[in-house]
Structure formats: structure tokens, C-alpha cells
Design a protein around this ligand. Sequence first.
Ligand code: GLU
Length: 474
Amino acid sequence: MSNSSQENYSFLKGVGQNFDKAAGFTRFSAGILEQIKACNSILRVKFPVKIGDTVEVIEAYRVQHSHHKLPCKGGIRFSMEVDQEEVMALAALMTYKCAIVNVPFGGGKGGIKIDKSKYTEFELEKITRRYTSELVKKNFIGPGIDVPAPDYGTGAKEMSWILDTYSSLNPNDVNAQACVTGKPLSQGGVQGRTEATGLGVYFGIREVCSVREDMERLGLSVGIKGKRVIVQGLGNVGYHAAKFFQDAGAILVGLIEYEGAIYKEDGLNVDEVIAHRKSTGSILQYVGATDLANGADGLEQPCDILIPAALESVIHAGNADRIQAKIIGEAANGPLTPDADAILLKKGVWIVPDMYLNAGGVTVSYFEWLKNLSHVRYGRLEKRFSENMYAELVNIIESLTLKKVSELERKIILRGPDEIDLIYSGLEDTMIGSYQEIREVYVNTKGVDDLRTAAFICAINKVGAAYEQLGIFP
Ligand code: GLU
């Protein structure tokens, strides 16, 4: 979904440019800023894997951007676009992302340069396991060192292969399960991780839309209900974001995929579109919708909120001026180039930056990591106790008022928290609190005219303070 006219654009330089724009608003010396910006360790490996009768040499990376907090944290992607620069840029974004949502990790990212569709499941398992053993050999994975997670082209299955490989090479590590997150539930995963990034996107935009002053400036009403939304990418992040928006009463007017885009003024149903795609192989020709053969044209259709949830650099100098959305929520990492940023800011578009908006995934990864280290499921200790206390309370109220609550009310009140409740509530609180932090910096820092710069300032302040506290050897 990237644009060919943008081939020479450097994602890494773009992240650096955004960093530099914000750095001037902080109090740190040039040396500290250089350390925050630098990628601390870069691993590039090439390893052989037997595919059919031939040996294929696979190229892969793991970048640890910052060690100011450990472990390093970030996903692993499978894509032909993977190269050292891309992984470095994504690892840097992870550092800032974790800082913004107060998740105590340094940033990392990994990538294997493969086209997933060319391999069988067995071959993908071999590649993933071999990659993991390279990480083990080089000390680039471990619960306290570096903890991968899913990203573009990977999911729970790949994470279970990583865990199994790591565990068999570290049989005495009692915390081995915490070496990777995004695992299946049966392997130490946590409930809610799959939809976490999409849900975080929804919570984030809901918070954005709750600020009356900002909505008035944009000519929009407060709240999600009735807002026209376009989502690009129906992968894990895009699908779940679209679903949460739809369930909250937004009108999903457009969906964009590789094969094209569809637009329907009175709203699409994301599950029905997915079912249609499954049976026909395409989202196009969906009943009642207008087809756009070139997917990128879908970005330019009328809407209130545009959610790019695919790959980087999809909005650039070549198309930014034609974007009609009033709010852009960056669910993907780096979907806007700095040129696009400048054009859209001039138009008054409210850009909600990736390093905040898609932080739901790593936030719930943090909860999963804590669960693995504590060796106990969320809710196990307090659920029954809470239920007994609530029952006691209702009984007392009933006896004092001589009135009875209904059976349904009793059922609702008496429910102690399950794992999923605690995960969702922790995520919701994180997304609300972090947006307020960023907006406060935006409002209170003279000269800052966008949320991305404000978010970078928040991140630089936290990472810089940590580096200062670490002390620097004379
Ligand atoms: N790949 C996701 C991201 O880019 C999740 C990372 C994680 O959970 O460590 O934020």
C-alpha cells in the first residue's frame, strides 16, 4: 500500500526530523539528545533454511533502540519491505511510544525479510525458530533483555514458536514465558491482547472527540456517535479498530485494502465486508458500495476521521492536500511523511500521532509480561473477595432501606473483575491519561502547533530524565 512516488523517502530520517522539531522545546543538552536518538544495538543476521530441496538464505534484524529501561520491547514483522533503516525507525518509535504511555521498557523492533505467502506453515515455523535461536545466541531475547511481540505479518502462532524455541534453549529460566508477548492464551498469553491495538485506537480517538473545544474548532460534534470513519487496512489493528468504532455508533463510510477501496455513505458493516472478501477474494463489489479500483483514492473520500492502519508513508506530499478528513488517527506506524504533516497541519487537520494512538498493543503486552513474571492470572486473587464484599454491601443496603434490588441488578453489581475486565480497564485508563498528558503539553508549550511534537516532547522528557539518572561514566 505504499506509494511508488515516495520510494526515495526515508522513514528513519522522517522520525529523526520529527524528533529534532520537538527536541528544541526540551531542556536537554546536545549529548543527551544524541543518546536518546541513537539506536543502541543493531543485529543483522543471515541464516540458511532448507525450503523444499533448496537452501534459502534469510535476512533478518533485531534493533534495540534504547536501553534506558529494560527489557527492550517491540514487535517482529514479516515483510519484503524489511531493511535495517525501517527496523531502526520502528524501534525508535517504540522507545517514544513506551515512554508516552508510561510502560517501563526501552524500544526495540525486529524483522524478517520474507514474503509470507511464499511459504508453507511448516517452513514459516522453521524460519521463525531459526531466527529465535539467532536472537538467543546473540543475547537479543530474554524476559529482562528484549521481549518481541506480534507486528505486521505475525501473530500469536509465531509468538508461540518463539517461546518454545527460547524455552528449550533456556530450560532453567523460570520466567521463560515472559520472553515474548502476544502469545496464545494457552501459552501464557493474556486476554484482550489480540484486539488491544485496535481497542487502544478506539479509546484514544474517543478521548480526542470528547474535548469540546477541539471539536468546536474542527466543526465537529462531541463524541464518536455519528462520526464518518474511513479505515485503511483490515489486518488485526484495522479490523478491530473498525469494529469498535462501528459498535460505538460511528458510520464506517470507507474501507481500504490492497485490491481497492469501497465507500458507502450510510455505512458499511465490517464483519459483512470481511465475509464478502472471504467468499469473493476482494472487498470490491460489495452490495450498495462504490468501488475505487485504486485503494489509495479511498484515503481522499469525505469523512470526519481517517484511520490509516496499514503500512508507513501512505499519506505524503503527493496526496496530503486531497485528504478531506478532519481527524487523522495514526493506527499504523509512520503513515504520514513530515511533508504530509506540514500540509495537513496548514489545513487544520487534527493529527493524532502513532506513538500515542497505537500504543494499546504494547500496553497490553506490558500487562502480559507482568502476568508471566508474577505467574498468576489477573483477577485470580481478588475476584471472589470482591464478589463477597459487593454481596455484603447490597445485603446491608437492602436491610437498611427495606427494598430489594432486582435479580439483574444484583448480577451486575456482584461481579468481581475477570482478567479481561482488568486488561480493558488498564488500557482505557492508559489511553485517556496519556492523551491528556500530550494535550496539556500542546496547550502549554508556546510554539508547539501539533500533537506529534507534543507527544515527542513528552517522550524526550521521560527518556532524557532516565538517561540523566543512569549517570554517565566519566
Ligand atoms: N508491534 C506492536 C507495536 O508496534 C506491539 C509491540 C509490543 O507489544 O511489544 O506497538
